[in-house]
Design a protein around this ligand. Structure first.
Ligand code: 13P
Length: 256
């Protein structure tokens, strides 16, 4: 068993109606059910999670939510609690840059969400990443450290095999992918920050993913980097053939 099982997660964002979503889950279940050595996580829109859960019964593919609210229940119109997701999904994306930048999610919100998800036994996929201006100003590592430390506020330990996704904002949905060297450098810094804040064992087992314009064509060189433990895929995760090819490329790059 490798120290870190690689992860390929598909963030469908706000795409696909019910029937096409069911078709995509079914196609991926059939195409990827036999793939070993890679954890595959599908993150469809919230209304289709229950359908996806039923379609994936008995399949090794995992399910993730794109969003969560930290309160367990109450008068919070439109929100979905961790308690409602538990039992349906194993993973929850937290801190995605679209939540941070379009919906004003603050660093302290990510901490509340992270704790709510952990308390209910699910795995957070904590997304962090710098803006273009921050990279150009040489602030990338400072931004990543701030986002990580804020999300871990009050946390004594991070569960083994936790997932952090490094997604530079300038690479999301733009077709501009970070070079493998840039992504490796940032992911290695993320792992070092995990060690600094928790311990070496946590850092060694923590899965650090890269996200931002990942495709079947560019994934192999990214996944070949030692500190990149997989990918969080947006646009290309909506295409069964492309996403399947990405999963196989990660498995091959990691010797799975
Ligand atoms: P794209 O792969 O479409 O750039 O999106 C990346 C992303 O935001 C995944 O969470």
């Amino acid at each position: 068993m490798p120290l870190r099982t690689p992860v390929v997660a598909g963030n469908w964002k706000m795409h696909l109606g019910r029937a096409p979503a069911r078709d995509l889950v079914t196609a991926l279940r059939d195409a990827l059910g036999g793939l070993r050595g890679v954890e595959v996580v599908l993150c469809p829109p919230a209304p289709w999670l229950a359908d996806a859960h039923d379609l994936l019964a008995g399949s090794p593919l995992h399910l993730g939510a794109q969003h969560v609210y930290w309160e367990p229940h109450g008068a919070f119109t439109g929100e979905v609690s961790a308690a409602m997701l538990a039992g349906i999904v194993q993973y929850v994306i937290i801190g995605h840059s679209e939540r941070r930048h379009r919906f004003g999610e603050r660093d302290e919100d990510t901490a509340r969400k992270l704790r709510a998800v952990l308390e209910l036994g699910m795995q957070p996929m904590l997304a962090i990443g710098e803006l273009r201006e921050q990279r150009e100003a040489g602030e990338t590592v400072t931004v990543l450290r701030r986002q990580l430390l804020a999300a871990w506020e009050g946390l004594e330990r991070l569960p083994a095999r936790s997932i952090i996704a490094y997604e530079p904002v300038w690479a999301i949905g733009t077709g501009l992918t970070a070079t493998p060297a840039m992504a490796q450098d940032a992911c290695a810094h993320v792992r070092a920050i995990v060690e600094e804040r928790f311990d070496a064992a946590t850092a060694e087992t923590c899965r650090v993913l890269y996200g931002g314009s990942v495709t079947a064509d560019n994934v192999a060189t990214l996944a070949a980097e030692p500190d990149i433990d997989g990918v969080l895929v947006g646009g290309a995760s909506l295409d069964a053939a492309a996403f399947t090819a990405i999963c196989h490329a990660v498995a091959a790059a990691k010797g799975a």
